[in-house]
Ligand binder design. Structure first.
Ligand code: CAO
Length: 565
């Protein structure tokens, strides 16, 4: 085993370049062709791939360092014998510049554009046509066009990527050599192109085709041609650690979705943009050919994050209240997974839950209501239910009892004003009702529930639940609630701690009734007991109020006749 020093190769004209990214860490097992650092001159950025396979034993440079040809970048313990070491390990004086680091000469690129533009400008007074041709390909005769970055009609600026081409060694963005509007695209994805081939026609306003400026552009301000080694064994540098972690997976097919995300690669232009935006590329799913990350992917990702953050209270990658985010785990390490996007409704519910949970100091208290008499009464109504074709569950009675208790303890029918200085007392009683739908949790609101009888409430519960399940609720149907009831009684469970639907201050959780032995007037009897849990915002409601409020509901449900008194 020998230790080899990997040095900066011939930089294609640049005397010094800045190390902008280190793609490996000490101890990494790397393969020949794998990117180790990305460097950037004032004209281009490029990956420097390892000329050998081995284990990284030392990283000599830091991000931000200025390096020149021959400077040592890293040290690699090479398992192969030194005879077998590739020729471009540059601690041997006779070594030639590594061919794997293809550095594209750029000046030629602009020349055809300049002359064509000037010719056309002479014949057309107001506009000129700039032909963008395939530039010097840094040694490759022919390359495949793998991505079109523009469409006819697009406005482009000088330096904007027009197409991405790929040889068997590298991929590169070919940027526009001038600004204007794309009027024709002369190539298509999959076609093979060579130096000098016409790629794109750009119509330029006369003013923008300035002979002096153009000369400057051609001779000095050469366009940035982004070049990335894509030796077929090379993995995307920024994603390398994730990829390495996956190397242990036995079944390559078993985590396709995750692989789509992590095995993508990005050209230097995209990585540069990602750095400027502060985006971690491994968070982004690639849409480009062969898992290539396009600038569009980056923009879409940023848009999504911005929208989520703007969406009030939305959970962002960094969660609220300065709490560290839950770590991003690669679950595919532990077995098969399937990744499904969250629905909009799921996201909104999650955001609301998180907002309430983080903002509201919750207290939950529990009690059981003896609803033996209520159940007997409900049973006695069955013939009439059949006649009216309308079922009555315990829920409308519970809603009635809530309204009665809200009237007795109006503190539960309040909201804390957002200014933190006032309490808003509501004179109406709109009761929210949590509905479990296939698409997620929805909370339609029963207006003026205190003014409605049991039959009307039953009718409305059924209608609103139907509307919720068929996604027909309007936004107005879900607004204006004063207090929420969440009944899991038809589903099961002995108790739960519901989350307050802020800015409401209370929510009543209802669980499944069961027959329990209870002492009634000293006699042990089977009674139908309904578990209730009242969660409340402890900023608005104190425990005494909550105790009284819940006790009243328990009493009312034990004897519903009291509600008509
Ligand atoms: N104990 C025992 N049985 C109960 C019960 C209880 N507490 N509450 C209702 N039931 C019975 C009903 O009587 C009905 O029985 P039958 O089929 O014999 O008539 C059955 O359970 C189903 O009732 P239901 O759930 O359809 O009707 P509901 O009026 O009780 O509730 C609704 C309507 C829309 C609130 C409910 O269907 C629902 O979606 N609940 C889920 C709410 C939820 O997800 N909450 C959690 C939110 S997170 O905090």
């Amino acid at each position: 085993m020998t230790t080899e020093k990997i040095k900066v190769p011939d930089l294609g004209g640049a005397s010094q370049v800045e190390v902008i990214e280190i793609c490996i860490t000490k101890g990494d097992a790397i393969t020949e062709g794998q990117s180790i650092v990305v460097v950037e001159s004032d004209k281009a950025s490029m990956d420097i791939p390892s000329p050998i396979s081995g284990t990284v034993t030392a990283i000599i440079v830091n991000e931000g360092a200025e390096v020149a040809e021959g400077d040592v970048l890293i040290e690699v313990a090479n398992n192969a014998s030194s005879d077998a070491a590739p020729e471009n390990i540059t601690d041997k004086p006779s070594e030639e510049a590594p061919k794997k680091v293809a550095v594209v000469e750029q000046a030629n690129n602009a020349l055809p554009a300049k002359s064509k533009a000037a010719d056309t400008a002479a014949s057309e007074p107001d506009t000129a046509v700039l032909d963008v041709l395939v530039p010097d390909l840094g040694g490759a005769d022919q390359v495949e066009l793998i991505e079109l970055c523009v469409a006819v009609g697009d406005n482009v600026a000088e330096g904007d990527s027009l197409v991405v081409v790929e040889s068997d060694k590298a991929s590169m963005d070919i940027p526009s050599t001038g600004e204007g509007v794309v009027t024709a695209i002369e190539v298509e994805v999959g076609s093979t192109v060579a130096e000098g081939d016409l790629l794109v026609r750009i119509e330029q306003a006369k003013g923008s085709v300035n002979e002096t400026a153009m000369s400057e552009h051609v001779t000095e301000k050469t366009p940035e041609i982004q070049l990335q080694s894509i030796n077929k064994q090379a993995q995307p540098p920024v994603l390398e650690s994730a990829v390495t972690k996956h190397a242990n997976a036995n079944d390559q097919a078993h985590n396709q979705a995750a692989d789509k995300k992590i095995a993508s690669y990005a050209g230097p232009a995209v990585r540069k943009l990602a750095r400027e935006l502060g985006v971690e590329l491994s968070n982004i799913e690639a849409s480009g050919p062969r898992g290539r990350l396009a600038k569009e992917d980056l923009y879409n990702y940023v848009k999504r994050v911005v929208n989520r953050t703007a969406d009030a209270g939305s959970p962002s990658p960094v969660s609220g209240a300065a709490i560290a985010a839950i770590p991003d785990i690669d679950f595919s390490k532990f077995g098969d997974i399937d990744i499904q996007p969250m629905t909009k409704m799921h996201k909104v519910t999650a955001a609301n839950m998180q907002r309430s949970w983080l903002n509201v100091p919750h207290v939950t208290q529990f009690d059981d209501a003896d609803i033996t008499a209520l159940e007997a009464f409900r049973n006695s109504l069955k013939p009439e239910m059949a006649k009216r074709e309308l079922k009555i569950s315990p829920l409308p009675f519970i809603i009635k009892a809530i309204c009665y208790a809200l009237d007795a303890y109006p503190v539960f029918n309040s909201s804390l004003a957002a200014d933190g200085n006032n309490v808003v007392h509501k004179k109406y009683m709109h009761i929210g009702m949590a509905v479990d739908t296939p698409a997620g949790l929805l909370v339609p609101v029963i207006r003026d529930a205190n003014k409605k009888g049991i039959w009307d409430l039953s009718q409305e519960i059924i209608e609103l639940a139907e509307k919720a399940k068929s996604r027909k609720l309007s936004a107005a149907d879900m607004q204006g609630g004063c207090f929420t009831v969440s009944s899991l009684g038809g589903i099961g469970g002995r108790g739960f701690t519901p989350i307050v639907n802020a800015p409401e201050v209370g929510i009543l959780g209802v669980s499944k009734l069961s027959t329990q032995p209870q002492y009634v007037n000293g006699e042990l009897l089977p009674r139908k007991m309904l578990p209730l849990s009242l969660s409340y915002d402890h900023r608005a409601v104190n425990g005494g109020d909550a105790g009284r409020f819940l006790s009243l509901i328990v009493e009312l449900l034990a004897d519903v006749r009291r509600m008509v008194l």
